[in-house]
Design a binder for this molecule. Structure first.
Ligand code: NDP
Length: 439
């Protein structure tokens, strides 16, 4: 069944979880009697829809839209929307599946969901983005709600897109409510949400290193991506005394041995939305490696010497060759800001080497956790100060690390946080499903 060519990424994600659950089922076979696995790999609901919109030339454009409501045992469906031309039903299914366990690890009352479209925001005018978002929400609005399903951002969906979708939801329903997270600060957003995934991935690394008697201070770090997660990973690394020396986008990699110029990176990607190649116009001494010149079966970022690595772009961006190169260069810590950025073979290399390796579903859970804090603020009509949100984020990340480490130890493989994350997340969801009866 798992060898079917469709939904490759979903099978990759599911296989990893199922492999990790083997020792749990040996000790607690009652999970098998309740057919929990069969129920958990099947989404509660998958919605696919047509999105028609007018481009600036007045031509009708058609895209595919998706929302997958995977598991509601722990709370309303929660997970981002991805707008990228590579999006398929399989991509959304893998992301939704990962989201179930990630959300369980946060300890907050949120179920797992995900959505998106094969729409490519690159090169579109602001008006085209708005019309697409309005068209997308014109179908999605009937399936979501503040206690039902609360989408957020992901690749290609930031504050601008959330704003246009929120406006359309309000127009269609007449309700001003917390139906999306990642909203603007003066209309229901939470302080600290934009930064949360990146900051959380760094806090997770901090926890992993502390358990080994180390800190991030003085360490050089490799970061991939140049979007929301990467930018705030870089920001927090600087705050903790580390030096991030790389970033990348789909066209190439910047290596700045002095440390990435964060102000310039924000300007290029958050304001101007241009290629990273322009980084060199202000820093001609930095290196730019075009994607055409990447090693075969590898990514340039992971071939630069450093102490720690933070994959923050997309799935399967770190291959076996990359993992072997990182290990040969004596990288001792990998914390995943992206979802499933390391291939199965790369993960095996990290686990065999027993380095501090934080899998995405644990290390990047700070984003969704802070989204839930945004939901809590919306339902009580409050706005919390940044210090309160950040303190909660730190506590949540420390707690996720502890759950992963304790569970890994319980199952006799103390450095294997993949095992710990999957078993700890699974148990919470499975127990809730059993208690709520067959449905
Ligand atoms: P953004 O769209 O803000 O940034 C994505 C970055 O990755 C961009 O620099 C983009 O390059 C690059 N990228 C995307 N796809 C590819 C690709 N196929 N090949 C090479 N580079 C690529 O997204 P986010 O920062 O929000 O998300 C990054 C990762 O983090 C994703 O895996 C996402 O699922 C995960 N994540 C995000 C959360 C959030 O709160 N935003 C929460 C938890 C996980 P370019 O600019 O050229 O497109």
């Amino acid at each position: 069944k798992l060898s079917s060519p469709a939904q490759v990424e979903f099978y990759q994600a599911a296989e990893e979880v199922l492999e990790c659950l083997r020792p749990l089922f040996e000790r607690q076979p009652h999970y098998l009697q309740h057919s929990i696995i069969e129920r958990m790999v099947e989404p509660e609901r998958q919605i696919m829809f047509r999105v028609c919109w007018l481009d600036d030339a007045g031509c009708v454009q058609v895209n595919k839209g998706y929302r997958i409501q995977f598991n509601s045992a722990l709370g309303p469906y929660k997970g981002g929307l991805r707008f990228h031309p590579s999006v398929t039903a399989g991509t959304i299914k893998f992301l939704g599946f990962e989201q179930i366990f990630k959300n369980a690890l946060t300890g907050l009352p949120i179920g797992g969901g995900k959505g998106g479209s094969d729409f490519d925001p690159k090169g579109k005018s602001d008006n085209e983005i708005m019309r697409f978002c309005q068209a997308f929400m014109s179908e999605l609005y009937r399936h979501i709600g503040p206690t039902r399903d609360v989408p957020a951002g992901d690749i290609g969906v930031g504050a601008r897109e959330i704003g246009y979708m929120y406006g359309q939801y309000k127009r269609l329903t007449g309700r001003y409510e917390g139906v999306l997270t990642g909203k603007g600060l003066n209309w229901g957003g939470s302080l600290g949400r934009k930064e949360a995934t990146g900051y959380g991935a760094v806090y997770f690394a901090q926890n992993m290193l502390a358990a080994r008697g180390e800190t991030l201070e003085g360490k050089t770090c490799l970061v991939s991506g140049a979007g929301n997660v990467s930018i705030y990973t870089i920001e927090k690394l600087y705050e903790l005394g580390a030096t991030p020396i790389t970033c990348s986008d789909s066209r190439g990699t910047v290596h700045d041995p002095k440390g990435i110029d964060l102000g310039l990176l924000k300007q290029l990607k958050e304001v101007k939305r241009v290629s990273l190649e322009e980084y060199l116009s202000e820093h001609p001494d930095a290196h730019y490696i075009s994607a055409r010149d990447y090693p075969q079966d590898g990514h340039a970022v992971w071939h630069i010497k450093a102490d720690a690595a933070f994959p923050c772009a997309t799935q399967n961006e770190l291959t076996e060759l990359d993992a072997q190169t990182l290990l040969a260069n004596q990288v001792t810590c990998v914390s995943e800001g992206a979802n499933m950025p390391s291939t199965t073979e790369a993960v095996d290399c990290f686990l065999a080497a027993k380095i501090a390796y934080g899998p995405g579903k644990a290390a990047n859970a700070g984003g969704v956790a802070t989204s839930q804090l945004e939901m809590a603020q919306n339902s009580s009509m409050e706005q919390w100060p940044l210090e309160k949100v950040d303190q909660k984020l730190k506590e949540i990340m420390a707690n996720i690390y502890q759950q992963c480490a304790t569970t890994a130890e319980e199952f006799g493989d103390p450095t294997n946080l993949v095992l710990g994350a999957n078993i700890a997340g699974f148990r919470k969801v499975a127990d809730a499903m059993i208690e709520q009866g067959v449905m």
